[in-house]
Design a protein around this ligand. Structure first.
Ligand code: NAD
Length: 361
């Protein structure tokens, strides 16, 4: 079948890791008889340099006309890059916020997977992580505290700041539905994380998630308070399958979960809307310190491409093939510099992508 994939190379290591991921997508297409039609889209610093704006209507239209978009990373070194002398609304990050908003991307998925081969990078004790772990954090991305009304005033001579945490039931329901659908394709367990002992917004969250759960009788729902979840992630990460949570809790817990995998170059992510469309990107940034040196680990981007195949194109065996190829490469002892250990074979970005492509099919 033919699919349209938007590609945002972006800045820093973005073009290198996207070129690596494209190699893997091309191999997948040829092995499984698909055609991927790519459209290059500008965003962030690359867009500023060409058009003066971090995002343009062409990019939004191009993304909307695609089945899914794969992105490298955007942004530069804030201390040295000319992009950061512009006003905030003209800087690279405004492009990222702009595309998320324009496409209504409300569900952020961040898998935190610890591979046996990389367990040495995990800061937790060996007995806690034997056999590895595979957690999917689903974070609500467009509501809650980060989008509520806020103000800073002076009251009775005291500087006072207010942020509001608002959710309506539709915002909760749509991400809960996604979480149950995704859990159904995994190990069938959703842990909904909130602070229902204190917050009204969390009590509504819990009630709506329980309503949604009734439509998914094959999936187990548990609830956990966010402070407990922060502890459980480092005490026993293997207990989790899908963690479903609101925007700020998810922001914090997904960073904690990524730390316990120990390797930033391996972490994929996806942001979805209520169609099958998604924006897929590595969790790491544009790593300007190693840009253009063929040192970047392309695996997070390649695993993001696997998520794109799985969640937007519904190509399950193709996604499995890419994930298995990554596993094989690790088992065969190849590593980029960021995950290198003694006695293994160190490769650059493009060689790593080729080694993974060769193991598909
Ligand atoms: P970063 O993730 O780019 O880099 C942090 C460290 O990790 C650096 O030492 C870098 O070399 C290393 N690293 C990151 N990705 C790697 C990879 N694939 N392989 C090997 N090493 C890797 O974070 P930062 O330095 O704080 O940010 C740099 C820029 O990226 C900033 O402009 C920031 O705003 C931007 N950023 C963008 C996104 C995004 O596009 N979604 C996300 C985070 C940061």
């Amino acid at each position: 079948m033919k699919y349209r994939i938007g590609l945002i190379s972006g800045d820093g290591i973005g073009p290198e890791i996207i070129s690596g991921a494209r190699k893997v997508l091309d191999k997948t297409a040829s092995v499984y008889g698909h055609e991927f039609e790519y459209k290059e889209l500008l965003l962030g610093g690359a867009s500023i340099d060409k058009t003066g704006e971090p995002i343009t209507p062409e990019t939004i239209e191009g993304a909307k006309a695609s089945d899914a978009v794969l992105m490298g990373s955007i942004g530069g070194d804030a201390r040295t890059s000319h992009w950061y002398r512009l006003e905030p609304s003209k800087r690279p990050e405004a492009g990222l916020l702009g595309i998320r908003k324009a496409l209504g991307l409300f569900a952020n998925l961040r898998p935190a997977v610890l591979y046996d081969e990389l367990s040495g990078a995990c800061p937790l004790k060996a007995e806690l992580i034997e056999g590895g772990f595979d957690i999917m954090i689903m974070r609500e991305l467009t509501g809650g505290l980060y989008f509520g009304e806020r103000k800073t005033t002076v009251e009775n001579g005291l500087r006072t700041a207010v942020d509001t945490l608002t959710y309506n039931e539709n915002e909760i329901r749509r991400i809960a539905v996604k979480a149950f659908e995704i859990a159904g394709k995994r190990r069938g367990r959703v842990c909904s994380v909130d602070k229902a002992n204190v917050l009204d917004s969390s009590r509504l969250w819990r009630a709506v998630v329980e309503e949604v759960a009734k439509d998914y009788p094959g999936t187990e729902l548990t609830h956990m308070l966010v402070d407990n979840c922060a502890m459980q992630l480092v005490r026993d990460p293997r207990q989790f399958d899908v963690i479903l949570t609101e925007n700020m809790f998810g922001d914090i817990l997904s960073d904690e979960a990524s730390m316990i995998t120990g390797s930033i170059g391996m972490l994929a992510s996806a942001s979805l809307n209520d169609t099958s469309f998604g924006l897929y990107e590595p969790s790491h940034g544009s790593a300007p310190d190693i840009a253009g040196q063929d040192k970047a680990n392309p695996i997070a981007t390649i695993l993001s491409a696997a998520m794109l195949l799985r969640f937007s194109l519904d190509l399950q065996k193709e996604a499995d093939a890419v994930e298995n190829a990554v596993l094989k490469v690790l088992k065969d002892g190849y590593r980029t510099a960021d995950i290198m250990s003694e006695g293994l074979k160190c490769t650059g970005t493009q060689e790593m992508a080729s080694l993974i492509s060769e193991r598909i099919g």
